[in-house]
Design a protein around this ligand. Sequence first.
Ligand code: KG4
Ligand code: ZN
Length: 348
Amino acid sequence: MSEPLVLGIESSCDETGVGIVRGTELLAHAVASSVEEHVRFGGVVPEVASRAHLEAMVPTLEQAYAQAGVGPQDVDAIAVTCGPGLTGALLVGVAAAKALALAHDKPLYGLNHLVSHVAVDQLEHGRFDRRVGALLVSGGHTEILLVDDLATDVTMLGSTIDDAAGEAFDKVARLLGLPYPGGPHIDRAAREGDGTAIAFPRGLTRGRDMERHRYDFSFSGLKSAVARHVQREQLAGRDLVVPDVAASFQDAVVDVLTAKTVEACRAEGVDTLVVGGGVAANGRLRELVEQRASAAGIEVRVPRPGLCTDNGAMVAALGAEVVRRGLPPSSLDLPVDSSMPVTQVVAA
Ligand code: KG4
Ligand code: ZN
């Protein structure tokens, strides 16, 4: 049987994404982002994101059909993110997917956003032939996953207990007077700075914390430590050395992310690690994860940045895997689930 042709729709946060794949081959990848509309609020405003999805959905679909040279009647299945994410934003994508499924009599698959972030790597580096570990780091999530089987067997080994990694970058950027989204600005500033200049805390890495939260993360204490440092410098009448603060903060985040992830892979006997999410674009993270993973005999797979951030191709990629396995489609009364557990790859 030839590989399934699948349309994927993503709308869990501020990107309206539509992708079309045939198996692990990427045919279309169209994304409209509302990030500009959130800049003045310093973070994603759910209501604004939902409205932007509503406006961008049909144009983005049309763009994807044009890129792939196919129409809605040609696809074998419609895949859509139904969680986790912002409820109002998810509703727009799921409503669009239901309309397409009904109008063209296609099976509908409501899929888990986090698992899609892992599946997308198959478009770039080929189908997984073994279990893989994954580190997902973006404005909305920070998780270590263990993927025994993309379609049926995913476990969460750890996650953040407060802020997501990208959220920490964004909040610290604000403290340093850098624009939103802060990640790329901190990344750039840090290149001129000394990562050992300020000893910022590494959350959940000691004693009891490590026992209870071996693979979990915490970034809110780090953010407060940066705030205190900024305040201290101001009170002392000293100029803030932004590159040093950026580099020291970034090193603290990246140190914990890479140490815990590589340790989780090692303990689970996993020799392949996929890194995804917007923070995967971070230069220091890429460097350190590569270094620590290779020292542990682990191969790192990072999709290109445009596939790391939220997009529809990742949903289509997971959809194709699920269709290929012959798993049953979701029901047409499929709800959205803002906190969909990662163990549920396909919604009933
Ligand atoms: O995956 P993404 O585009 O959107 C979602 O959050 O869903 O990730 C955006 C996040 C933002 O917090 C942004 O600051 C962060 O990724 N980011 C970075 C870098 N580029 C984007 N963080 C650190 N270094 C970067 N180079
Ligand atoms: Zn995401």
